[in-house]
Design a protein around this ligand. Structure first.
Ligand code: SF4
Length: 442
């Protein structure tokens, strides 16, 4: 009988892409996707260690799977991702019922380990750093979006940010060759994907075979049939003139960049070991906007980092106001085991952190509401990438703004002209401008 898999993914797009690869690996072995864990023979939980909540959610899920396993002992439960790499055996001690724990560089072993675990009285653990960061590249990735394909260009990180576990869980940077990347991009475009998102923990640090990231963008941009090109996540240190110029020269690139700042206070940034000052961050923004004045920027901010004073928090508010971000992903600092900041005293009281978070979010929300209201009446072209429900779809503008419109599933993957009718802080409602709908499906 056909075996079925169910995958639960926490965290960033890199994790989503890893889960897509795991799905590809399992399909190659004859598995099919289950719609829920109740129908599954095998579960894979892809974990994230960046936020405390994400690892709490892991143990919550594992508790749920354990209860299911009591009814169906043949269910295999496997755990991968950053928490698996970091905690390894601790997961097995804390969560009985787990059959396989696998590291971030061992994904290609998963089908075999699942198989072996059926005859093993002990759970199986594989965490060694095999050089298989991209060993699963030959597999046909099962993309979770039907329009946008993720393509990993590099993994790991050579930075040493004090609050981050990634260098420990993912190791140092490993870059794919331009040839491998271009082969995969051509492959997904041939499959009908209109948009490619290049992924890496510090994607713009990419360097391989004498090619830097800006040059890689130019080469990917040339792939015939590709209509939109995006990338994430960028580090401010690796923003340079060539990258800024790419935003002007490459029309498929659109006008959006996620550029984490984390704080607007010089002392906090230095403690975080981010490698730039607030002034340097603003210089990078100015450089980018000199080449692409309409560039929409989003960012990450941590409030309540150890020792953050009220004045330092105000520095952050000031910087955020100065840049005028399209959106912000903001978090209260929480000490993460395995990071250098974990050794520092977490001295900003919880209540104060919450207060700062709300202050920042309220300020940003007001800004987004007002700015978005000003866009009502504008005409945009969206690439439809999601079916929201019966008779309703949504897509992204070139600036990655989300617009919901009436329309049927056949619009998926098509670029359509829309007029913005109303605006919320995070999304727009539009209507199709029928006569000028762009017939540009791939
Ligand atoms: S740049 Fe810093 S925050 Fe980003 S992955 Fe590397 S260590 Fe973590």
């Amino acid at each position: 009988m056909t075996q079925r898999y169910f995958i639960e993914t926490f965290g960033c797009q890199m994790n989503v892409n890893d889960s897509e690869k795991v799905a590809g690996l399992l399909r190659r072995e004859g598995y099919e996707e289950a719609t829920s864990v109740d129908q599954a023979d095998v579960v894979f939980v892809n974990t994230c260690a960046v936020r405390e909540k994400a690892s709490e959610k892991l143990y919550h899920s594992l508790g749920r799977f354990r209860r299911i396993k009591k009814q169906r002992p043949e269910l295999r439960v496997s755990v991968g991702g950053c928490v698996a790499q970091l905690q390894g055996k601790e997961i097995l001690d804390r969560a009985p019922g787990v059959d396989v724990v696998i590291g971030t560089h061992n994904l290609s072993s998963l089908p075999e380990l699942l198989e072996r675990s059926r005859d093993s009285s002990e759970p199986l653990l594989e965490l060694d750093r095999k050089a298989d960061a991209f060993a699963v590249e030959a597999v046909d990735v099962v993309h979770s979006n039907r329009v946008r394909a993720f393509v990993t260009v590099m993994e790991g990180c050579n930075h040493v940010c004090s609050f981050c576990v990634v260098p420990r869980t993912r190791g140092p940077e490993v870059n794919r060759t331009p040839g491998e990347i271009l082969r995969e991009v051509r492959h997904v475009v041939e499959q009908g994907f209109a948009e490619v998102m290049l992924l890496g923990q510090t994607v713009n640090a990419y360097a391989s075979d004498g090619i830097d990231f800006a040059e890689l963008l130019h080469r990917v941009h040339e792939v015939s049939g590709l209509r939109r090109l995006r990338f994430t996540t960028s580090h401010p240190e690796h923003v340079n003139k060539d990258l800024a110029r790419a935003f002007r020269e490459l029309p498929k690139l659109g006008g959006y960049l996620h550029l984490p700042v984390q704080s607007g206070a010089p002392r906090v940034l230095a403690d975080m070991r981010r490698g730039y000052t607030p002034a340097e961050y603003l210089e990078k923004v100015a450089l980018l906007r000199a080449h692409r004045p309409d560039l929409a920027l989003s960012t990450d901010v941590i409030v309540g980092y150890p020792g953050e004073t009220e004045e330092e928090f105000e520095d952050t508010l000031r910087l955020v106001g100065q840049v005028g971000f399209e959106s912000i992903f903001s978090f209260m600092y929480s000490p993460r085991p395995g990071t250098t900041a974990f050794r520092q005293v977490d001295d900003v009281p919880e209540e104060e952190k919450r207060h700062r978070l709300h202050t920042l979010q309220r300020m940003q929300q007001r800004f987004q509401e007002e700015r978005n209201r000003g866009r009502v009446g504008e005409q945009e072209t969206i690439l439809v990438d999601t079916i929201d429900g019966p008779g309703r779809v949504s897509g992204r503008t070139m600036h990655f703004r989300l617009v919901h419109v009436d329309g049927e599933a056949e619009l998926l993957g098509r670029e359509v002209a829309v007029r913005i009718d109303s605006a919320g802080p995070n999304a727009f409602r539009g209507s199709r401008v029928e006569d000028s709908a762009l017939e540009t499906s791939a």
